[in-house]
Design a protein around this ligand. Structure first.
Ligand SMILES: [Ca+2]
Ligand SMILES: [Ca+2]
Ligand SMILES: [Ca+2]
Length: 240
């Protein structure tokens, strides 16, 4: 997508994009539910949140699209580190995980779908993503309409980890698995006024393209290799 706008169109563009930045964190940034071959020890969920956020009292659940039953429940623990990303990974029967850099390991595996993954706490659902093709009598527990099913070997990831429009079909796409790293829109979580000002400054200073907004990696602090990410996504395996 390559968006252009004139200075006169800035207000319209910002109205369109600023509300899409996630208002509440943490959110789900990536789900890997179907590794090629065995899923054991390879499944993971990546969350994006403010560094230092305590996750005790929050949970992740898998919801069966066929009947609405909860197939997975994992109580989260610990806190989100300086990178802003938190990684929950499946463990094998031997108690280890193939997922590098996991912040927490637990024994779980989501179904291949159509299903949903829900992040919640005592105050209710914080974020959710449903994936796959749901029939009219099946149970979608995501937001908006479902994201596409991620082919085996690929994960389901937000296009930008910090953009949450509340519409799974827009926010998520199949991607090369990237546990512990993510492209972000590049704007930290200031108040909306500061966000608006920074957006205006960037757009005004850099010209007409929204793609001039810097994108940084939460984990490395370097610019995220978005084009490389897209290339990897395009090259990702499409079937088992
Ligand atoms: Ca599999
Ligand atoms: Ca959401
Ligand atoms: Ca990731």
């Amino acid at each position: 997508m390559h968006l252009r706008c004139s200075r006169g169109g800035l207000a319209v563009l910002l109205v369109l994009f600023v509300p899409a930045l996630s208002a509440g964190l943490p959110i789900i940034s990536e789900v890997f539910y179907d590794a090629e071959g065995s899923d054991d020890g390879r499944v993971f969920v990546e969350l994006l949140g403010a560094p230092g956020t305590r996750l005790d009292g929050m949970w992740l659940e898998g919801v069966n699209g066929a009947n609405g039953a909860v197939t997975v429940h994992v109580d989260l623990s610990g806190e989100i580190g300086p990178s802003g990303l938190y990684l929950l990974a499946d463990r094998t029967g031997g108690g280890t995980s193939f997922v590098p850099g996991a912040d927490q390991i637990a024994n779980f595996d989501f179904q291949n779908g159509p299903d949903s993954v829900v992040l919640g706490s005592a105050s209710g659902v914080l974020d959710a993503v449903g994936y796959g093709s749901f029939g009219v009598i099946e149970f979608f527990a995501g937001e908006g309409s479902p994201a596409p099913d991620a082919p085996s070997g690929t994960s389901l990831a937000r296009l930008y980890a910090d953009l949450d429009s509340g519409e799974n079909s827009v926010d998520f796409a199949p991607a090369f698995p990237s546990p512990g790293s993510a492209p972000i829109w590049g704007v930290p979580e200031p108040g909306s006024a500061a966000l608006l000002a920074s957006g205006l400054a960037l757009l005004g200073a850099r010209g007409r393209s929204i793609r001039t907004v810097p994108r940084t990696s939460m984990s490395s602090g370097k610019r995220a290799p978005l084009e490389r990410t897209r290339a990897r996504r395009a090259a990702a395996p499409q079937s088992v």
